[in-house]
Design a protein around this ligand. Structure first.
Ligand SMILES: *Cc1c(COP(=O)(O)O)cnc(C)c1O
Length: 385
C-alpha cells in the first residue's frame, strides 16, 4: 500500500542478512559461535570518560537542547586533539562541527552539495554509507575500485573526464575499512590536487586514524598544503576510545563545506547531548595512554590471527592500522563465510558485501580477546584440513 520512494528503492539490499540468520541458527543449535564479523570494539570505554559523563548528566544546564555546531569547549578539545596528534591547526569557531557519530555527518554531506544527477566518487569495496547517502541525495555513485595491486588506493587517472566534471564529492577512507590499507603521502597529495583541479569536495573518513601499529601514524589529510581549500575530514571517538554506542564524532576542515553540512543538520537534528560532549572532552583531553593501550591490544590480536591464517595457507597482509584483517580466500567470499560458520562456528564478513572488488576476500575483525582468537585459529586449522 505504501510504496517506498524511488530513491529508497535504489538502495541495495542488506547483504549480510543471510549471514546473520546463519549465525543465529548456529547459536540456537548450541554452537559457541566466534563472531569476528562486527566492527565494534569489545573493550570498555575508559573509566575517566565514563565518570565525566556521570558528572555531566546531573547538571541541569547539560540537559537542555545543545547548540547545532557543538559546545565551544568540545570544539576546542577537538582542536587541541588535532594539534597534538596530527600537527594540524583548526579554528574551533569555524573549522569544527560536532556530529552524532561520524556516520551522521557522512550521510548528510551529499544532501548539502549534490544535485540530481551529480556524481559522487566512492571507493569500492567501502563503507556502505558513501554509496547510500549519495543515492538519498539523488546523486549518482561512481565507484572507484580499490585493487590489491594498487595498494588498495583508487586510480584517479582512470576516472573519465565527464564524470570528474560532474562530480561534487570524493569519499576516501584511510586507514581503510574493509581492506585495512593505509594511504601513501604521495597518494594523499595526488587526491588533494585532483580535487582542487576538478573543484570536488574531498571528504575523508578518518574513523581509524588512531588505531595504528608498529610505529605507523596515520596522517590527517589536513596536514597537506592547500588541503583546506577542498577537504572535510570526519573523525570519530567510536573506535579511538571504544565509544561506538555514545554517538559522537566531528567534522573538520574547510569552513564553507562545514557551513553547508551544518545547514542540513540544523534542519534534521538538534545536536549532540551535552553530557556526551563532556565525556568526549575528557576523552580528547587525554591521557593518550588509553589509545596506546588499545592499539597494543589490537596489535597482539592481529599478530595471533595473521600467524594463524598464514600457517594454514590463507594469504593476509599484516595491517599497519585498523582492527581488521583482510584475507584472500579461494572461491566466492559468501560461500567461504557460509562454510566457515557451518563447519567452524566462526563468523567473518564476505568481502563482496562491501562492493564487487571485495570478491575473493574476507574481513576478520579483531574485536575478540586473545584466547578467543586462538580458539578461532585452532578451529580454522581443522576447517581447512
Ligand atoms: C565505524 C566507522 C564509521 C562510523 O563511526 P561512527 O562515528 O560511530 O558513526 C565511519 N566510517 C567507517 C569506515 C567506519 O568503519
Amino acid at each position: 500500500m505504501f510504496d517506498l520512494s524511488e530513491r529508497m528503492e535504489k538502495i541495495p539490499p542488506y547483504l549480510f542478512a543471510e549471514i546473520d540468520a546463519m549465525k543465529k541458527k548456529k547459536i540456537q543449535e548450541g554452537v559457541k559461535v566466534i563472531d569476528l564479523g562486527v566492527g565494534d570494539p569489545d573493550l570498555p570505554t575508559p573509566q575517566h570518560i565514563v565518570e565525566a559523563m556521570k558528572a555531566a548528566v546531573e547538571k541541569v544546564e547539560r540537559q537542555k537542547y545543545p547548540s547545532y555546531e557543538g559546545m565551544l569547549s568540545f570544539r576546542e578539545s577537538a582542536a587541541s586533539f588535532y594539534k597534538r596528534r596530527k600537527g594540524v591547526k583548526l579554528d574551533p569557531e569555524k573549522e569544527i562541527v560536532a556530529l552524532i557519530g561520524s556516520k551522521e555527518g557522512i550521510a548528510h554531506l551529499p544532501l548539502a552539495f549534490v544535485n540530481d544527477g551529480d556524481y559522487v566518487l566512492v571507493p569500492e569495496p567501502g563503507y556502505p554509507v558513501y554509496y547510500s547517502s549519495t543515492l538519498l541525495a539523488d546523486g549518482i555513485p561512481y565507484e572507484m575500485p580499490l585493487k590489491e595491486e594498487n595498494g588498495f588506493l583508487p586510480d584517479l587517472q582512470s576516472i573519465p573526464d565527464d564524470v570528474a566534471r560532474k562530480a561534487k564529492i570524493m569519499f576516501l577512507n584511510y586507514p581503510n575499512n574493509p581492506t585495512a590499507a593505509v594511504a601513501t603521502k604521495e597518494f594523499i597529495r595526488e587526491a588533494i590536487d585532483y580535487c582542487i583541479d576538478n573543484r570536488i569536495i574531498l571528504a575523508h573518513d578518518a574513523a581509524y586514524s588512531e588505531i595504528t601499529f608498529d610505529g605507523y601514524t596515520a596522517p590527517s589529510f589536513l596536514e597537506f598544503d592547500n588541503a583546506f581549500e577542498v577537504t572535510v575530514e570526519f573523525n570519530s571517538l567510536s573506535k579511538t576510545y571504544n565509544m561506538t554506542g555514545w554517538r559522537i564524532g566531528f567534522a573538520c576542515g574547510n569552513d564553507e563545506i562545514l557551513s553547508g553540512l551544518l545547514k542540513v543538520k540544523t534542519n534534521v537534528d538538534s545536536g549532540v547531548f551535552e553530557a556526551v560532549q563532556e565525556a568526549a572532552i575528557a576523552a580528547m583531553d587525554g591521557p593518550d595512554s588509553v589509545i596506546d593501550r588499545n592499539c597494543e591490544i589490537y596489535r597482539k590480536r592481529r599478530d595471533l590471527l595473521i600467524d594463524g591464517l598464514r600457517s594454514i595457507g590463507i594469504k593476509a597482509k599484516k595491517p599497519l592500522a585498523t582492527f581488521y584483517v583482510w584475507a584472500r580466500v579461494n572461491g566466492k567470499s559468501v560461500d567461504f563465510v557460509k562454510n566457515l560458520i557451518d563447519k567452524a562456528g566462526i563468523v567473518a564478513t564476505p568481502g563482496i558485501g562491501f562492493g564487487k572488488s571485495g570478491e575473493g576476500y574476507v574481513r576478520f575483525a579483531l574485536t575478540r580477546d586473545e584466547s578467543t582468537i586462538k580458539e578461532a585459529v585452532e578451529r580454522l586449522n581443522k576447517f581447512i584440513t
